[in-house]
Design a protein around this ligand. Sequence first.
Ligand code: NDP
Length: 498
Amino acid sequence: MTAVHAPGTPRIEADELVSTSPATGIEAGRLPVATEAAVRQAVDQARAASEWWAGLGFTGRRQRLLSWRALLAQRIEQLAELMHVEGGKPVPDAIVEVVTAIEHIDWAARNAARVLGPRRVRSRLILAEFSGHLEYQPFGVVGVIGPWNYPVFTPIGSAAYALAAGNAVVLKPSEYTPVVGQWLVDTFAEVVPEQQVFTAVHGLGDVGAALCRSGVDKVAFTGSTATARKVMAACAETLTPVLIEGGGKDAMIVDSDANLDAAAEACVWGAMTNAGQTCIGIERVYAVDPVFDAFVDKVVARAGRLTVGPEGTDIGPITMPGQIDVIRRHIEAAVSSGGRAVLGGPDAVQPPYVHPTVLVDVPEESAAVREETFGPTLTISRVRDADEAVARANALSYGLGGSVFGRQRALAIARRLRSGMASINSTLTFAGMSTLPFGGVGDSGFGRIHGEDGLREFGRAKAITRRRARSLLPSMTFERTPTDVARLVKAIKVMYGR
Ligand code: NDP
């Protein structure tokens, strides 16, 4: 018989992490909790595997990663169903997430050799007698710590690129989605059975902390900014490099020449897909005065049609029971400080669900505008013009993504957003484009996954010079003469002194 528990709250029972559906409480699976010693052991094993994996070279790894990609594509429905059961995510949202992850695996596998492989770099007149050589060598073992909201896309965004670069990976999935994390490493082991190149350790936050201190060569963290600070502090003890993909409070700007129907459609999806539990989700909109009223009407009409519930709906449950209090607090604070709910409102919070909520006239100091809400909620504010919209969008310490709807000024506005990414006339699309880097600024983190930057994030630049001729102007030797130095001074004045 299927066990049923309190919905969504993971528990530890007899040293096992019990993961449950946030909608029904049905048990999604249970996994052994790793002790600190077990985490170290997993990293030691991964280190041995990393040598074998690196030794396969780009071609061997590409072939295996493409086999894994194919397996994921064949089992996409199975994985999406598991994501639905464990995290509550509607199946179509889960499928879109897996599709994006598959695309990233494919691109990383196919492009790692080109981006990271050995190449000659041009030398200059100074040291022209040497050739330059560059390659990106794997770190060894990368610890990947992931959140629950995109339990496939986020770990793969780091892991696929780290693996393609020649590293072994130890994954610590969120305690809310360990079964999906284990599914990923199990399928990888099906296509790479020889060594434990990609493994997982399970448990609560302390297991993530243990991974940071386990001797991994790099940590790729995706999660909240508060936890990111703890991860950095732990990694600072051993100078372990970190990549931080933190939280966000992404803004959308609607300019006067925007297509309002397209803007409303993209806004509702960008804000409410995955029940709004999206790091790059649209949480606030700044619409210029001439289009504000029409835009709000169109958003309300579309968001009002969304269905909410456990099965076959647009919006599923809030995955983390504790987040419901945050969403409620933000809506209540917005309304009590002068904001108006033109859709939903405080009554929209019906645990474990939150119905679509659109708030207008909310003061900029309100938590609903400043803090990550992570629910199917949205604030829409009226602004004079695009300049005011940019100023308000950039006023927070977060800076992950963003969106601009408009024509003439759209690209200029997108450039001015203080964020790592932006989409023009769409929302969230940069996440699915494997050729583009993904990451934030400020409290949203640093470092990049995806694209060429994402591959380089997981390789150490190795620079080599090689003598190819005698030095005409010997300088880096004690054998140089005063005449050599004088000629050097003369040469540098001719070359750079004008
Ligand atoms: P958390 O920060 O709570 O957790 C993230 C991961 O860190 C989890 O695996 C967690 O384990 C682990 N962890 C907790 N404490 C520690 C610790 N002291 N040391 C090391 N690891 C630890 O985030 P959520 O899981 O709640 O995810 C939501 C957040 O993630 C949001 O802020 C969202 O914006 C952000 N996010 C960012 C993305 C990006 O690309 N920038 C993408 C997706 C989400 P456990 O779950 O067991 O506590």
